[in-house]
Ligand binder design. Structure first.
Ligand SMILES: *Cc1c(COP(=O)(O)O)cnc(C)c1O
Ligand code: SF4
Length: 432
């Protein structure tokens, strides 16, 4: 299958676009000038239900929605567009709006590690066992999610601060950090890379023969945005051979697949791609944020987890949408997220209950809402660290005041009249 990209400049060529009226198109144009927009022929032809596009989760996942901007920001951008086509002027107007959308949520900038006094911007090392690697060539995606928290990178607001291509530094860093068992290759989407480039990275890492490095993870949305990556792309077979090389070297290859809705699991292409990846000995684990207008429904989650297990994949995380970009449109309150998680969880068998959530990736770590409870008359959220900047925080239940409107960690206050959460003093010291 030939890969055809659609973006702001050519999306009106999409054959099904005549279902949209002038106002629909206008909304895409206005919001698409502020937030990233990219889709492709697989998403358009095989995933989206065009007869019901207004409510279609996959349409909303790829096409900019009017309500993703505040009404006044929408109107401003719209009037600039009416008067101007000058790129510089458009960009200035767009950037003013972007700056209001919390482009740099907490906890990312502080993770740039050093090796011999030199900063390594292509690496993040926040939790002892796992290092993230952002290869330069993997910093885009086969399509863009409208809710993406890496949106500043895709709008050209950030000049790929993370990106680094010197795999040698990665290897040196791994060698002097025996606590690292996992490398997570991420992006963007590393599976947009040519097989030859991915092969160069992986082969160098394997050849370095680092015994404490046990798991190579690849974070990717390609199974839902371009499963032909593993079927008909020129180098599809080469990709599968790289995966095999990893498993034959005695490392586990964990393919961390991003799926938001069971619809993404229903095409023949995705089921063949999953089968081919699994034949290499790789494991596929799945994750998704919980998103208003896309999957804020326990049936969607239980159906998705069951289908994933049926296809041989392992449900892993339900995330809470980060406090950036169009969070007001996509955000689901912690209370509702937990309710949806629980109602989905009780409707699947233990095989699917490998999934953990709802979890927030915030400055102190990954915090999961275990549930809502009542302790001596006070309604509370029971929380727990799944990952912590300090490993000692992990696994202790702690309590936050129940707040039905809270969307994110920053909205939570300690329960029982306490001044701060148990980890805060320690965290302040760690961030110095
Ligand atoms: C989630 C995450 C990891 C991986 O954590 P696991 O619990 O091992 O899946 C590593 N680094 C960062 C920054 C993360 O957010
Ligand atoms: S695939 Fe991931 S990085 Fe790419 S747009 Fe979607 S959420 Fe963002």
């Amino acid at each position: 299958m030939k890969y055809q990209i659609y973006s702001l400049h050519n999306y009106r060529n999409i054959p099904q676009i005549d279902k949209l009226n002038e106002q629909d198109l206008r909304n895409i144009d206005v919001v698409g000038h502020v937030l990233p927009f990219k889709t492709n022929n697989y998403v358009v032809n095989e995933l989206i239900d065009w007869d019901n596009f207004h409510e279609d989760p996959i349409f909303i996942l790829n096409f900019p929605q009017k309500q993703m901007l505040h009404p006044e920001d929408f109107d401003n951008m719209s009037s600039v567009l009416d008067k101007q086509t000058d790129k510089v002027v458009l960009k200035k107007a767009a950037n003013e709006i972007r700056h209001k959308l919390n482009p740099h949520p907490a906890g990312q900038a502080q993770n740039v590690p050093e090796l011999n006094g030199q900063k390594l911007p292509g690496i993040q090392h926040k939790y002892d066992e796992t290092m993230l690697f952002f290869p330069t060539q993997g910093q885009t995606c086969h399509a863009y999610c409208t809710f993406c928290f890496r949106w500043p990178q895709f709008t050209g607001m950030d000049d790929l601060k993370f990106a680094m291509n010197q795999v040698e530094y990665v290897i040196e860093y791994l060698k002097v950090h025996p606590e690292i068992s996992d490398i997570l290759i991420t992006g963007g989407d590393p599976m947009v890379m040519k097989a030859s480039i991915l092969d160069a990275y992986i082969t160098k890492i394997l050849d370095a023969d680092i015994p404490h490095l046990q798991n190579i993870r690849i974070g990717s949305k390609s199974l839902s945005f371009w499963p032909y990556r593993y079927l008909t792309d020129n180098d599809a077979d080469d990709i599968l051979r790289i995966f095999e090389k990893v498993t034959k070297a005695g490392k586990s290859l964990a393919f961390m697949a991003h799926f938001n809705h069971h619809r993404e699991l229903e095409t023949e292409a995705v089921s063949k791609a999953v089968e081919r990846i699994r034949q290499t000995g790789a494991q596929i684990r799945t994750q998704s944020p919980i998103l208003n207008h896309i999957n804020a429904d326990s049936n969607v989650w239980s159906t998705m987890w069951k289908k994933q297990v049926n296809m041989g994949m392992i449900p892993y995380y339900m995330f809470v949408a980060r406090d950036t970009g169009a969070q007001e449109y996509f955000g689901v309150s912690l209370s509702r997220a937990w309710d949806i998680f629980r109602n989905a969880y009780i409707n699947v068998s233990g095989i699917s209950r490998t999934v953990r959530g709802p979890s927030m990736s915030c400055t102190p770590g990954k915090v999961r809402i275990i549930g809502v409870s009542q302790v001596r008359g006070e309604k509370v959220f029971v929380c727990e660290f799944i990952q912590g900047r300090n490993r000692e925080w992990v696994g202790y239940p702690f309590f936050a005041k129940y707040d039905p409107k809270a969307l994110w960690m920053d909205d939570l206050k300690p329960a029982f009249g306490e001044k701060e959460f148990f980890f805060e003093e320690d965290l302040a010291r760690l961030l110095l």
